[in-house]
Design a protein around this ligand. Structure first.
Ligand SMILES: Cc1ncc(COP(=O)(O)O)c(C=O)c1O
Length: 370
C-alpha cells in the first residue's frame, strides 16, 4: 500500500508535546482516569478487576449497548468498536473500495478521509468546498461527480477544519442520493454532540438511512483521545461483519481497559459534553473578539459546532511561514492550512482550558510583530 505522509499528524508530532500552548487541537479538554472513575461508584474496582485478555472483535456487548443508545432504536449488533476512529476509516474504506471502484470525499478534510480512500486503489474525486462562498455545499457539483461505480461518499459534519455544520437540507439530500444511487454515505460524526446550540444537532446518518454508516469517537466531544476508541454504527449488519473480518488483520480487538473506560464515559457522555461545550462557548467569544481586534490580519466563517475553526490569514506570507514564526516566537501551536491544501488558512482549536493564556501569548507576539 502506497500512502503519502500524513501532514497533519507529522506537524503535530513535531510540536505538540514541546510547545507551551496548543491552540489548534481538535479534541476538547481531556480528563484523567481518576476523574472518569469518580463518575460512578464501583468504577475503580471494576477497572482494577478488568482482566487483560483479548476482547470480542466487534467490541464488548456492554460497550456496544452504550453506543447503540446514542442513536435511535439501534441494537448492540448495529455497532462495531474500533481501536480509534482512524482505524474505523481504514477498515470501512478497505471493505467497500478497491481498484475499479470510485469514491467521493468532501474536502478540505482530515487527511486520512482522502488518502485512505486512495490507498484502496479506487479512484477518488474531491467534493470541494471554498472559503469564498462561506464553505457552501454545492449539491449540483456533487451530483456531477457521481458515477455508476461510486461506492462511497464521505461527508463530515460537524466539519474539520471549519467547525461548521452541514445545512440540514443539504445533509438530507446527500443521504437521499445515497439511497437513490446505491452508494454508502460514510458520515464522519466524530464532533457530533458538540454543537454550540444542541438544537442544531443533525440526526445521525445511520438513523436516517439503513445503508448509511456513522463514524463516532470518544476523542473529540468527550475529550478522551488517549483511549483510542471509535466506532461504526449502521443498520447494515453484513457490512459491519466484513469490517470485523478485516479488523482481525489490524488490531483483532480493542484494548480491554479502553473499552471499559469508554463504556463508563458514554454512560456520562452528556455531562462530559456539557463541560466541554461550556469551555468551547467561553473560548469562542474570546477568540471571536481577538479576531475582530486583528481584522486586518484574520477573518473567518464563525463556527457553529465542535472545538475548531478555519481562519483566513490575509497578506502574502502564507500560513506555513506564519505558523512557524508563531510557534517559535510565541510558543503557540497553530496548524497551517497547507496540511489541508489551503495555504491561506490556519486551523485554530478552542476546546482547551488554557485558551485565554494562549491567546494572550499570541496577542503579545502580534504586537511585537507590528
Ligand atoms: C474528521 C475526523 N475524523 C476522524 C478523526 C480521527 O479521530 P480519532 O483520533 O478518534 O481516531 C479525526 C481526528 O482529528 C477527525 O478530525
Amino acid at each position: 500500500m502506497k500512502i503519502p505522509e500524513f501532514r497533519i499528524e507529522k506537524y503535530f508530532e513535531r510540536y505538540e508535546f514541546t510547545t507551551r500552548y496548543v491552540l489548534s487541537a481538535s479534541d476538547a479538554e481531556s480528563r484523567s482516569i481518576g476523574e472518569l472513575l469518580a463518575l460512578e461508584p464501583g468504577a475503580h474496582e471494576r477497572l482494577s478487576e478488568q482482566r487483560l485478555g483479548y476482547t470480542e472483535g466487534a467490541g464488548s456487548r456492554a460497550l456496544r449497548s452504550e453506543i447503540a443508545g446514542i442513536y435511535q432504536g439501534l441494537e448492540p449488533d448495529d455497532a462495531v468498536v474500533c481501536t480509534s476512529a482512524e482505524e474505523a476509516i481504514f477498515l470501512l474504506y478497505h471493505v467497500l473500495l478497491g481498484p475499479g471502484d470510485h469514491a467521493v470525499v468532501e474536502t478540505p478534510c482530515y487527511q486520512s478521509a482522502l488518502e485512505l480512500a486512495r490507498s484502496t486503489g479506487a479512484e477518488v474525486s474531491t467534493w470541494e468546498r471554498h472559503a469564498e462562498d462561506g464553505w457552501a455545499h454545492d449539491l449540483e457539483a456533487l451530483e456531477g461527480l457521481l458515477r455508476p461505480t461510486t461506492k462511497v461518499v464521505y461527508i463530515n459534519t460537524p466539519h474539520n477544519p471549519t467547525g461548521l455544520l452541514m445545512p440540514r437540507d443539504a445533509y438530507q439530500r446527500v443521504l437521499e442520493l445515497g439511497r437513490e444511487r446505491g452508494f454508502t454515505v460514510f458520515s464522519d460524526e466524530v464532533y457530533r454532540e458538540l454543537e454550540h446550540d444542541p438544537a442544531a444537532r443533525l440526526p445521525a446518518a445511520c438513523d436516517v438511512t439503513a445503508g448509511a454508516v456513522s463514524l463516532g469517537s470518544i476523542s473529540k466531544t468527550y475529550g478522551l483521545p488517549g483511549l483510542r476508541l471509535g466506532w461504526l454504527a449502521s443498520r447494515d449488519r453484513d457490512l459491519l461483519a466484513r469490517v470485523v473480518d478485516l479488523k482481525y488483520y489490524t488490531t483483532i480487538c480493542s484494548p480491554a481497559p479502553s473499552e471499559l473506560l469508554t463504556e463508563l464515559a458514554l454512560r456520562h457522555r452528556e455531562a462530559l459534553a456539557q463541560r466541554n461545550r461550556g469551555l468551547v462557548l467561553r473560548n469562542l467569544e474570546l477568540l471571536d473578539a481577538f479576531l475582530e481586534r486583528h481584522a486586518e490580519r484574520f477573518s473567518w466563517a464563525r463556527p457553529d459546532a465542535g472545538p475548531i475553526g478555519f481562519v483566513r490569514l490575509h497578506g502574502d506570507e502564507g500560513s506555513e511561514a506564519f505558523c512557524r514564526r508563531v510557534v517559535e516566537g510565541a510558543e503557540v501551536l497553530l496548524l497551517p492550512g497547507t496540511v489541508f491544501d489551503r495555504s491561506d488558512h490556519l486551523r485554530v482549536g478552542y476546546g482547551r482550558a488554557d485558551l485565554p493564556e494562549a491567546l494572550a501569548a499570541l496577542e503579545a507576539f502580534l504586537e511585537r510583530d507590528g
